[in-house]
Design a protein around this ligand. Structure first.
Ligand SMILES: [Zn+2]
Length: 225
């Protein structure tokens, strides 16, 4: 795996700040908060994300029975700190089989949540029908937090979004039926508040979801293979 920062929106290469630019640049997306290399899940790796973040690092805590932490990602360089965080967990799904949950907290415009949600980003706003009653509710850092279903997401996943601690909170679940978990008033902890409890997080294998680049837009005018 490449140990280099990448674009949070497309997974592409980014150019470090230099003489002519004071921010990281993606050739497609312009200025971005670079996504840091994803490392295998461990208490130490999670600690690194928690210590440098400027945004919440949400995890269902306590974890549902049988669930494991399966990786964390963040966007933002050493100067800015983490401006987006993603935490993945996996375990028995509500209807049998394995379920996966990815929670993303981010500032406006970072685009990490939209990338994993599989929708056009960078923010969920116009994909939400906030005039209707919320579709789900979680307890985030002790506060009841309404979430709305994100329309237009690919059919293999369920996507919800709302606002917690003044920032976007995304919940992305695979397969789509695992979205039922969100109707269970899940309790989310900002791991910045968890102190030594982070040492107790049970770790599984790294989920490929965190590494998957977004699906490329349809190519035009290229020969078929
Ligand atoms: Zn990009």
């Amino acid at each position: 795996m490449r140990g280099e920062p990448s674009c949070p929106k497309c997974g592409g290469r980014v150019r470090a700040p230099g003489l002519f630019a004071d921010a990281w640049q993606c050739s497609v997306h312009g200025q971005v908060h670079p996504m840091q290399p994803v490392v295998p899940p461990s208490v130490e790796a999670l600690g690194v994300v928690v210590h440098r973040t400027q945004v919440p690092v949400w995890m269902p805590w306590p974890l549902p029975v049988g669930w494991l932490f399966t990786g964390a990602a963040s966007a933002g360089d050493d100067r800015s700190g983490g401006r987006a965080s993603a935490v993945a967990c996996s375990g028995p799904g509500p209807l049998g089989g394995m379920g996966e949950l990815l929670l993303v907290a981010e500032e406006l415009g970072v685009g990490l949540g939209a990338r994993y949600a599989g929708i056009e980003g960078p923010d969920p706003g116009h994909h939400l029908n906030v005039d209707s009653a919320p579709d789900a509710k979680v307890h985030a850092a002790g506060r009841p937090t309404p979430l709305w279903h994100v329309r237009n997401a690919p059919e293999d996943r369920a996507v919800f979004a709302g606002e917690a601690r003044g920032l976007w909170l995304w919940a992305i679940l695979w397969p789509e039926q695992s979205g039922l978990l969100m109707y269970d008033e899940l309790v989310l902890t900002d791991l910045r508040d968890a102190g030594g409890e982070v040492d107790l997080v049970p770790c599984g294998a790294l989920t490929p979801r965190l590494l998957t680049a977004p699906e490329a837009p349809p190519r035009q005018g290229k020969s078929e293979r």
